[in-house]
Design a protein around this ligand. Structure first.
Ligand SMILES: *[C@@H]1O[C@H](CO)[C@@H](O)[C@H](O)[C@H]1NC(C)=O
Ligand SMILES: *[C@@H]1O[C@H](CO)[C@@H](O)[C@H](O)[C@H]1NC(C)=O
Ligand SMILES: *[C@@H]1O[C@H](CO)[C@@H](O)[C@H](O)[C@H]1NC(C)=O
Ligand SMILES: *[C@@H]1O[C@H](CO)[C@@H](O)[C@H](O)[C@H]1NC(C)=O
Ligand SMILES: *[C@@H]1O[C@H](CO)[C@@H](O)[C@H](O)[C@H]1NC(C)=O
Length: 350
């Protein structure tokens, strides 16, 4: 009896697999159908969640991870985040990829002075930016739209605040904020006192347009004889900055701005020389290391408006731009495209 019941008990499990296989064979179609339905549901819920998080939120808690990369890749051919932001000695010595272009798009012909310059400057992105889970960046242009904008507190909430040239902060805090994470400039646009309008840890990022720009910086940091020729405006001869704060922007970003965003030829005839503005360059740079890019103070007055000053801090008008090597209407088209794509967002009217 004991063995009999044991036999009965064991026959159940032995029968089960056979029964199951039979059942599966009979209703294979149904099971596949249920499986397919399940997969569709999983896919749909992931898809829903994605589209739910994609819209840019005003709100600091939501980070649109991957959105800038995805959208920038639609606009910028061969978009990559692999290039270093700043030039470093290491790249020059060991990678030895010869640059195709001269400044402002490459370092061809400027290797020797750059070697001396890079031995005294730094190249790292500070740990405070490196370690951020979400890099929320704002590029603050110098445009007149910032005047009376009351955007200061908003601008100060971003993790990374990028400013341009010698734009002042003191006396304008309410409209432009007071935090400066990075300031992009070239010798002619350098403030005479690098401490005056920056924070103690602001990165001072030299944008090299021409070989003498490297010479200027090298002469100052190594306290050698200053170069005076080759500038369109006398740059500072004394410039008291900590070399630890100084970075040299990788000309790659100027190349991307010109070639990919403005479709400019890399080799232009001497007569028509067009270069991107520091402002558009700063947006391009932000697109390569930020998770979110907002812009404020971009845009120029209507060309019919001859009296409107173009900057928030000084009394110059559009006339002064006429002689420059920038094409601001062309750049406006590029920025509009980025806004339409939702790649960047404007905090002031553009
Ligand atoms: C941020 O957004 C989340 C979800 O969209 C919301 O629950 C939260 O209240 C918002 N926080 C602020 C400070 O607006
Ligand atoms: C991307 O890179 C390839 C190889 O270097 C090049 O042939 C191609 O023209 C590039 N595309 C764009 C849009 O720059
Ligand atoms: C800014 O505000 C001040 C004071 O309210 C006013 O006098 C000035 O005209 C305004 N400037 C502009 C450009 O709106
Ligand atoms: C500026 O760019 C536009 C195209 O957006 C072009 O039509 C115009 O000729 C350019 N201006 C100059 C001075 O090159
Ligand atoms: C951004 O610019 C558009 C025009 O291009 C304007 O309608 C919109 O109000 C601007 N956004 C802000 C916050 O000013």
């Amino acid at each position: 009896m004991v063995s009999g019941s044991g036999c009965d008990e064991s026959s159940g499990p032995r029968l089960m697999p056979a029964l199951l296989i039979k059942m599966i064979n009979k209703s294979r179609g149904k099971i596949l159908g249920v499986l397919a339905l399940f997969l569709v549901m999983v896919w749909y819920s992931i898809y829903r969640e994605d589209s739910f998080y994609f819209p840019v939120q005003e709100n600091k808690t939501v980070c649109p991870i991957g959105e800038v990369e995805r959208k920038a890749a639609q606009l910028i051919g061969n978009y990559t985040r692999d290039r270093p932001l700043f030039l470093q000695l290491k790249d020059y010595f060991w990678v030895r990829t010869p640059s195709l272009y001269e400044l402002p798009y490459g370092i061809k012909g400027s290797e020797d002075v750059l070697l001396r310059l890079l031995s005294v400057t730094s190249y790292s992105l500070p740990e405070s930016i490196q370690s951020l889970k979400c890099r929320r960046c704002v590029v603050v242009g110098n445009g007149h739209r910032l005047r009376n904008s009351s955007m200061g507190d908003t601008i100060n909430t971003y993790d990374v605040v990028i400013r341009l040239n010698n734009a002042p902060v003191h006396g304008y805090e309410q409209d432009v904020g007071s935090k400066t994470t990075m300031r992009l400039f070239y010798p002619e646009s350098a403030h005479f006192d690098p401490q005056a309008e920056n924070n103690p840890n602001t990165l001072l990022v030299l944008v090299p347009f021409k070989p003498v720009d490297f010479q200027w910086m090298e002469a100052i940091l190594s306290d050698r004889k200053r170069v005076r020729k080759g500038f369109w405006k006398q740059p500072p001869l004394i410039w008291d900055a900590n070399p630890e704060q100084v970075r040299i922007l990788n000309p790659y970003y100027m190349e991307v701005t010109a070639a990919k965003l403005l479709s400019l030829p890399m080799k232009q005839p001497r007569k028509v020389k067009q270069k991107p503005t520091t402002g558009l360059l700063a947006i391009t740079l932000a697109l390569h290391f930020c998770d979110l890019v907002h812009i404020a103070g971009f845009g120029y007055p209507d060309s019919a408006n001859k009296k409107q000053t173009i900057h928030y801090y000084e009394q110059i008008t559009l006339k002064s731009m006429a002689a420059s090597e920038h094409n601001i209407s062309h750049e406006a088209v590029a920025i509009k495209r980025m806004l339409e794509l939702g790649l960047v967002k404007n905090l002031t009217y553009f």
